[in-house]
Write a protein that binds this ligand. Structure first.
Ligand code: XIL
Length: 327
């Protein structure tokens, strides 16, 4: 018994976690991470991003994400791939080159073709474009948008589709669950991609985009309710897509957390799981690390933390027990 087994019994594909090779020598951590009944899918937390995989233009290094992938496979766990075109964790050359439309298009295509081809057949899904939107729903003014406008979206998805026709291709972002204007922006992105798909494929309808990932980085007591989460997901399901919660964690904004706050966190986790179970096209949930020991939250949002299902000493928190008994 474990979260993944229970999730599969409930008709979903996976309950997964982010992890990476820097944590491979922590045995207490590994005994949980490698339990395929607990976490049935792994996604590299950092090592598959553009900076680590192509630190110098044209020079690729897949040793770390390969290690995550092969170990997941050996344990019978699924593998999710993250991420290709993203404004953050970019190599220097992407940020400093004076790009033209032509040269940046080629750089994106080269990165995606090499990376997606390398992992061909191994990824349940790829987060092809990550965090393209501002919170107000306009396009983020990053190097991709400044050089190519919205064309970089289709350039990225078409390159990924050509390199691995079997991987589900996702648009992934945060705050879509809480900000209507940002969800509106994501709907526009999907519309653009679906128009592109018709004009490039003619009569043959090969989807360019298969899914939307909701990062679900929430705060305790401020997690959207089930109705609201389901309503947001349904906008994308209505466009023919599958959905998932792709980086779930629920951070305390006051530390140390009180007993009451731990109970609220448990309730909030159950709300998210409940919304996925009640949405037939929600395929699964991935937490962004399962232990407070390794959560990215405290270093990124000072004063916040303890966002995970397991404590820093690897014991199950009330959130774990509540999710487990809910499932
Ligand atoms: C984070 C990692 O967890 C950190 O270790 C790293 O320092 C920064 O990136 N959205 C994403 C993830 O799509 O890739 C980010 O991961 C968290 C926010």
């Amino acid at each position: 018994e474990g979260l993944h087994s229970l999730m599969v019994a409930a008709g979903k594909l996976f309950f997964g976690t982010a992890t990476d090779t820097n944590l491979f020598n922590d045995t207490a951590y590994q005994s949980i991470a490698t339990n395929a009944n607990e976490f049935g899918l792994h996604v590299p937390e950092n090592s598959q991003k553009w900076q680590p995989t192509e630190p110098v233009e044209g020079q690729f290094d897949f040793v770390n994400p390969d290690t995550v992938a092969s170990r997941a496979r050996a344990q019978g766990q699924m593998f999710r791939c993250h991420t290709l075109t993203w404004h953050s964790q970019l190599p220097n050359f992407v940020q400093t080159t004076q790009w033209t439309r032509e040269t940046l298009t080629l750089a994106i295509q080269t990165h995606i073709t090499n990376t997606v081809t390398h992992f061909k057949g191994q990824c349940y899904s790829w987060d092809v474009v990550n965090e393209a939107l501002n919170d107000n729903g306009t396009m983020r003014n990053d190097v991709f948008f400044r050089t190519l406008g919205t064309d970089y979206l289709a350039i990225s998805f078409l390159a990924a589709r050509a390199a691995d026709p079997g991987a589900k291709l996702y648009y992934n972002d945060f705050n879509l669950e809480t900000l209507q204007a940002k969800a509106d922006g994501a709907v526009r992105i999907i519309q653009l991609l679906q128009q592109q798909q018709q004009s490039t494929s003619g009569a043959v309808v090969t989807p360019v985009v298969d899914g939307v990932g909701f990062q679900a980085h929430f705060n305790v007591g401020q997690t959207p309710n089930k109705t609201s989460l389901m309503a947001t997901m349904s906008r994308f399901v209505a466009m023919g897509l599958e959905v998932s919660f792709s980086e779930l964690d629920i951070a305390h904004t006051r530390l140390p957390a009180t007993e009451a706050a731990l109970r609220q966190q448990a309730e909030d986790y159950v709300t998210v799981v409940d919304a996925c179970l009640s949405t037939p096209r929600c395929v699964g949930i991935t937490v962004w690390e399962f232990t407070d020991k390794y959560s990215w939250i405290p270093s990124t949002f000072p004063g916040e933390g303890d966002a995970c299902l397991f404590s820093a000493n690897m014991t199950r928190k009330p959130a774990y027990s509540s999710v487990s008994s809910f499932l």
